[in-house]
Write a protein that binds this ligand. Structure first.
Ligand SMILES: [Fe+2]
Length: 295
């Protein structure tokens, strides 16, 4: 039986390098949004909804109903726009079930207790490896691809797979594996699982940080990744990958928005409640990041 191809639009956020997607079933106009961004200016503490507005405009222009808001993982580089998108367009927010480990680890770091501690209710649906959900007449298969974090999911719809932070474009390689709970060995195995998909499968990445020689890109194929990915092309074994990944990660500083991002993202994109003066606050742990590995 033929699976009708999904329609896909990508939205690249130049501030964070994030690629958000709207994907839909052409026949039923049922849509999913993947990795929406809430704009955040760290210097002023101001949020903005320009990025989500682009997704909303797409939904309106194409006449789509939003069924799902899918997070590939708890991002460390941007605040999730999932909650704002949901208030504007509906849909259920889903993420991988291992988010519980990430929530626990960062709840310790931020000393979130009682009603401030994030739980399963932060998301509408926690997905297991291999689970499928419906998108109109299409099926979305959730694939657990840990390594960048313990909870990463990829979402496969027919011949398209949204890989989150596992693979980048072939000239940029792979995502880092040194966040709390990250593991380069697991990342390698997760990537090989993705690269075992049929060669024509389209790989849609979650980030692109284009070098000066080219503009932003976000789509490649399994065949292209196997031939040309600078970190994990065919022939690179696990030991070689782990050595390369570990050496590179040792040179990387913390992402600029990791502390505000995780506070929001382990709550499914929900901002903290306002205090009695009407203002909501984010917290900055001092000399503690890196000591909060979950589990
Ligand atoms: Fe990430």
């Amino acid at each position: 039986m033929d699976t009708p191809a999904a329609a896909i639009r990508a939205f690249h956020d130049t501030a964070t390098g994030t690629v958000s997607y709207v994907v839909w079933d052409r026949a039923t106009r049922r849509a999913a949004a993947i990795d929406p961004v809430l704009d955040f200016d760290a210097a002023s503490g101001r949020t903005a909804t320009r990025s989500v507005e682009r997704l909303l405009a797409c939904l309106r222009e194409e006449g789509l109903a939003l069924d799902w808001i899918l997070e590939t993982h708890a991002h460390a580089d941007h605040l999730s726009g999932a909650r704002h998108l949901q208030t504007q367009a509906g849909g259920r927010i889903a993420i991988g079930e291992h988010i519980r480990e990430v929530q626990a680890g960062f709840a310790r770091l931020f000393n979130m207790r009682g009603s401030q501690a994030p739980g399963a209710e932060a998301f509408d649906r926690l997905l297991r490896d291999g689970e499928t959900i419906e998108l109109g007449g299409l099926r979305i298969e959730a694939l657990w691809v840990p390594g960048h974090t313990p909870a990463d999911m990829a979402y496969r719809i027919g011949d398209d797979v949204f890989v989150g932070d596992t693979l980048f474009m072939p000239d940029l390689g792979t995502a880092r594996a040194d966040f709390p709970g990250g593991d380069a060995h697991r990342l390698y195995r997760s990537i090989r699982r993705l690269l075992d998909l049929p060669p024509h499968t389209a790989i849609h990445v979650c980030h692109d940080y284009p070098p000066p020689s080219r503009g932003p890109q976000w789509r490649s194929t399994v065949a292209e990744q196997r031939a040309r990915n600078i970190h994990v092309h065919d022939g690179v074994d696990e030991a070689a990958f782990v050595a390369l990944r570990t050496a590179r990660d040792a040179t990387l500083g913390a992402p600029a928005l990791i502390l505000p991002s995780l506070q929001i993202n382990i709550h499914g994109g929900r901002l903290p409640a306002a205090e009695d003066n009407g203002i909501a606050y984010l917290r900055i742990p001092v000399d503690a990041l890196g000591a909060a590995a979950p589990g």
